[in-house]
Design a protein around this ligand. Sequence first.
Ligand code: NAI
Ligand code: MG
Length: 358
Amino acid sequence: MKKHIVVLPGDGIGTEVSEAAKKVLEAAAEEFDHTFTFEEQAIGGTAIDRYGSPLPDETVAACKNADAVLLGAVGGPKWDQNPSHLRPEKGLLGIRKELNLFANLRPVQGFSNLLHASPLKREVVENSDLLIVRELTGGLYFGTPSERRDGGNSVVDTLAYSRHEIERIVKRAFEAASVRRKHVTSVDKANVLESSKLWREIVEEVSKDYPEVTVEHMLVDAAAMKLITSPSQFDVIVTENMFGDILSDEASVLTGSLGMLPSASLNDSGFGLYEPVHGSAPDIAGEGKANPLAAILSAAMMLKHSFGMNEEAQRIESAVSEALEQGYHTADLDLPGGQQVNTERMTETVIDLLKANT
Ligand code: NAI
Ligand code: MG
């Protein structure tokens, strides 16, 4: 298959880990006889410096013409004092909106030899393998009005959702669950919020189309607790934008490092942007210390979700587990007895194992 991939390296370690993921995609293409072409475009602080905008028109146009987008990360202290329209995050929010990427999938998997890397007890983390499906373009982060009133002495934010917006994300979750362990936990605050009551009704309606999937409703406060006391009880979690934001950061504790967590952001037609969950890590940028695995696992998600290349994706995931099992790891993971390597060496190890297995 021929596929055209736009790469948005962004800032800090974004450039390092997106380069690593690109190399792994190239290796997978070679092994499986695909042709992937790559086009690099600017986003975030780098785009501000070069073009005076965190999201240049050319970048948006290129993404719209691509088969999929791979993103590193944006941001850094250099731009922290910029006015809001010249902030790197504007680029990220902007591209999600431009491409209508409403479904954010964040798989959280405890790799067996990383169990001790989590601050949680081994028996708690063991067997945890869950997928957070977060609504990404609605809710509190986008609702209007969102403003100060009474000369700054009162304030309003708006949590708004339409039936359509809830239905499409909930369907995504049931579809994902039907090819996993067939359990959906819908997280809301239906004892208080009107929006959560509609959310719950729609989950019930949609669940009728997926009789093989069991469904459970959980209040967000209880979910926050259970996520770290009994994570293995979850399969797919579906929730609105802000709850998903908070719960997915909480869930990252299970894997021991932010550098292990991939994500996919998808629109209605399956088009997707793939990025590690972590940021630009200015504290280690340029030092070759970044863990490339979150970005590499995001590339695997691209193959699976955008290109239907399940076997190829599986090969990358296996190569990642095998590299960890052999003890290779970057500095963010503390693996006693293992071999600590830099970003480049970690990437090469994954590529070698990918090729060895094919
Ligand atoms: P961060 O995720 O960049 O870093 C948090 C900590 O985790 C740091 O100590 C960092 O060194 C470490 N870390 C993160 N990814 C790693 C990796 N792959 N390998 C090894 N260590 C890793 O979050 P932070 O420090 O809060 O934000 C830094 C910048 O990144 C800010 O400008 C922030 O706005 C931006 N950011 C961007 C995101 C994105 O582009 N999606 C997401 C989160 C933050
Ligand atoms: Mg967050």
